[in-house]
Design a protein around this ligand. Structure first.
Ligand SMILES: Cc1ncc(COP(=O)(O)O)c(C=O)c1O
Length: 392
């Protein structure tokens, strides 16, 4: 199956920029972003450089950390002091759970079926303080946004909302503007998981005003595994408690004095949450190349370009009589297709045999293209799915 050449969101976006082999239609960015050639080159160069263990110099290494922090910040509000480097979204959530105030009887709102990294640390925090998880399930015909707003209006115990901007199964998008307005009016804190959106979309932190937002770096940010990001609101940059107390998060002048009775100051801003071990030169080099490419494409242009692909796929499925497999809610860069339960494995198997890489998640076939694949290829993907439906 061929993939069409794409020229948006800028004239520089082309399939040749990605490392994917011929004969594969990779539609699984929601699992792992496709590897950019620039990222692969950066990784190889960093691996070669690592054969000389005296490289990079400490100054070069610190400069690389700050370049990645600044590039990651460009996906938020451009303020590098708001960003911490951590190993996973779960780690970022644990930072949030350890800091955001929670008391006996308080509720922590979570959408049912959401990714475990969002709520595991909060389950524990709830158990510690006598708070509880408020699981929200949308009613038939109700959007997830409306379900969150309804719960907020009817349950005054909710003090924290843990929300993913984009659902990891079907790509449905929460209206965070509407939710944030109500959450702040109720005095509740927002904690966001942007793992399935940041990189395709920017994060409008000035509008949403979360306490913390976390994201992995290896999906829509196209970077390496093991390097994730935390955005922290201003008060937490001043007063937040890190999970671990890594020396990298402390003022180097003070931490190396060796005076064990003196508490060395934190580095400025969210750097206090920086985790140990994640700033390895290879991951930094890969992240820098990936984030620079996203910036060059312009992050605002990426979701619309990806939507043209998922819309083409949805149109193809409708044209082949499979409208009932599609969720009524609008999706953007991820399309969750729901075949009848008894056909799910047949559809997944047909896609795999055709070299189409997608994932099955909680009853959905999740199709998540990036710019390496053109909208034109989507008609063939729809045809493979329709054939699997016919062969029932
Ligand atoms: C919504 C969401 N959050 C987080 C993650 C990954 O979290 P972690 O970095 O803790 O493994 C995923 C991975 O699929 C995800 O879909």
């Amino acid at each position: 199956m061929r993939t069409d050449h794409v020229l948006e969101p800028s004239a520089t976006a082309q399939p040749a920029q990605f490392c994917l082999p011929d004969g594969i239609v990779y539609l699984d960015t929601a699992a792992h972003g496709p590897r950019l050639r620039s990222v692969q080159h950066a990784a190889s160069a960093a691996l070669d450089a690592a054969s000389k263990p005296w490289q990079p110099s400490e100054a070069d290494w610190e400069a690389a950390i700050e370049r990645v922090r600044a590039l990651a910040a460009d996906c938020f509000d451009g303020d590098a002091s708001a960003i911490a480097l951590v190993p996973s979204a779960a780690y970022g959530m644990a930072v949030a759970a350890n800091n955001v105030p929670l008391a006996r009887g308080d509720g922590v709102l979570v959408l049912a079926g959401t990714f475990p990294s969002q709520w595991l640390a909060w389950q524990r925090r709830c158990a510690q303080v006598g708070a509880r998880i408020v699981a929200v399930q949308a009613m038939p015909g109700e959007s997830a946004t409306d379900a969150v707003v309804r719960t907020l209006a009817t349950d005054p115990s909710v003090r924290v909302l843990l929300l993913a901007h984009v659902d990891w199964r079907d790509g449905s998008v929460l209206d965070l503007d509407a939710i944030a307005a109500r959450a702040h009016a109720a005095g509740a804190a927002l904690v966001l998981d942007l793992s399935q959106s940041l990189g395709a979309y920017p994060a409008h932190v000035a509008r949403w005003r979360p306490a913390f937002a976390v994201t992995v770096g290896y999906k829509w940010l196209l970077g390496p595994a093991g390097l994730a990001y935390v955005w922290a609101a201003a008060p937490w940059r001043e007063h937040g408690e890190p999970i671990e107390h890594h020396w990298l998060a402390r003022d180097p002048e003070q931490v190396w004095l060796g005076d064990v009775r003196r508490v060395p100051a934190f580095r400025a801003g969210a750097r206090r949450f920086d985790a140990g071990g994640v700033a390895d030169p290879m991951r930094l080099a890969m992240a820098e190349a990936a984030l620079a490419q996203i910036g060059a494409w312009r992050i605002e242009a990426i979701a619309p370009a990806l939507h043209s692909r998922t819309a083409a796929l949805a149109d193809g499925l409708r044209a082949l009589g499979l409208s009932s497999w599609l969720a009524p809610a609008a999706t953007a860069h991820i399309l969750g297709v729901r075949p009848p339960r008894e056909r799910l494995q047949a559809v997944a198997g047909a896609l795999a045999r055709a070299g189409i890489v997608a994932t099955v998640r909680q009853g959905y076939v999740r199709l998540a293209p990036h710019l390496h694949v053109g909208a034109g290829a989507m008609a063939s993907v729809a045809a493979v799915m329709a054939a699997a439906a016919r062969d029932a």
